[in-house]
Design a protein around this ligand. Structure first.
Ligand SMILES: CC(=O)[C@@H](O)[C@H](O)COP(=O)(O)O
Ligand SMILES: NCC(=O)COP(=O)(O)O
Length: 256
C-alpha cells in the first residue's frame, strides 16, 4: 500500500552548488555526495545533479558515486547531446532530465526548445526510454510545448519556474501572478495529455508555496537556494523545512 509520503509531492534536491564550492579550491570538500546523503536523511525523495558539458560543478566521478551510493532515485540532468546520452546509457540513472545549455550562461536561462529540436530529440528520447531511463524534458510552461512533449513520447516534463521566481523575488506581484498562471495552465494541460509534471529552478521557501498548491505538480527540484540556506542553518534543516513548506502548501496550511 502506498505510504502517505507516496501521495505527497516529491522533493528532489539538486546538489550542483555544493560542487561549485568544492571546485572553488580544487579539493574534495565539501563533498556533493555527502550532501546528497544528508539531504536524503532530511527527507529528500530524490537527488538531482547536473553534469554540464563544461563540468563547472558536478563532475563525472560525482555522478558515478551518486549512482553507486544513493538509496533514492538519481535524476541526472544534462544537455541533449550524444555525449550525455552515452553517459546516461553507461551510468543508468533512474531518470534523465534534458535541459538547454550554453557554456556562456551563468545558470539555466529557459526551457529546452523541444519544438525546434524535435527531430533530434525524438530518437534520443526513444533510445533512453528503451534503456529503462525515465526521460524528463525541462521546458517552458506553454501549451504547444506540452503537446510536443507528449508527441515526442517523453513521460515527464519539468516546468521552468525561473521567470516566475525572478518576478516573485523582485516583488513584481502582477508579473509573478501572470507567470504562475502560465504554469497552472501548462500543468493542467500536460496532465491531461498524460505527462507527469515536475517543476524547478529558482524556488525558495516563499516562492515555492503558490507553485506547491498546483495539484498536477508531483515533483519539485530545488537546489541553489537550499545550498545557500545550508550555509546558515545546515543542509538537513533547510531540506526538512522546504519539504514541510511544500507539504503544508499542498495541504492548504501555512507551515510552522
Ligand atoms: C535546469 C535547472 O534549472 C537546474 O537544475 C540547472 O542545474 C541549473 O544550472 P546550474 O545548476 O548550473 O545553475
Ligand atoms: N531543475 C531545477 C533544479 O534541479 C534546481 O534548480 P535550482 O533550485 O538550483 O535553481
Amino acid at each position: 500500500m502506498a505510504s502517505a509520503r507516496a501521495t505527497a509531492p516529491r522533493l528532489g534536491v539538486n546538489i550542483d552548488h555544493v560542487a561549485t564550492v568544492r571546485n572553488a579550491r580544487g579539493g574534495g570538500a565539501p563533498d556533493p555526495v555527502r550532501a546528497a546523503h544528508l539531504a536524503v536523511a532530511a527527507g529528500a525523495d530524490g537527488i538531482t545533479a547536473h553534469l554540464r558539458e563544461d563540468r563547472r560543478h558536478i563532475r563525472d566521478g560525482d555522478i558515478a558515486r551518486l549512482k553507486q551510493e544513493l538509496t533514492v532515485p538519481l535524476n541526472f540532468e544534462a544537455g541533449a547531446t550524444r555525449e550525455m546520452v552515452d553517459i546516461a546509457l553507461r551510468v543508468q540513472p533512474h531518470a534523465i532530465c534534458l535541459v538547454p545549455e550554453r557554456r556562456e550562461e551563468r545558470t539555466t536561462e529557459g526551457g529546452l526548445d523541444i519544438i525546434g529540436r524535435q527531430n533530434e530529440l525524438r530518437p534520443m528520447i526513444a533510445e533512453l526510454s528503451a534503456a529503462g531511463i525515465r526521460v524528463s524534458l525541462f521546458v517552458e510552461a506553454e501549451p504547444a510545448v506540452m503537446r510536443m512533449a507528449a508527441e515526442l513520447g517523453a513521460p515527464v516534463v519539468e516546468l521552468h519556474t525561473g521567470a516566475y521566481c525572478e518576478r516573485h523575488d523582485e516583488g513584481a506581484a502582477e508579473a509573478a501572478q501572470a507567470e504562475l498562471q502560465r504554469i497552472r495552465i501548462a500543468a493542467a494541460l500536460g496532465r491531461d495529455l498524460g505527462l507527469e509534471i515536475h517543476a524547478g529552478h529558482g524556488l525558495n521557501f516563499d516562492s515555492v508555496v503558490p507553485v506547491a498548491r498546483i495539484p498536477e505538480i508531483i515533483e519539485f527540484n530545488i537546489g541553489h537556494f537550499l545550498v545557500g540556506e545550508a550555509i546558515f542553518t545546515g543542509l538537513e534543516a533547510a531540506v526538512a523545512h522546504m519539504r514541510a513548506v511544500i507539504l503544508a502548501a499542498r495541504a492548504g496550511q501555512d507551515a510552522a
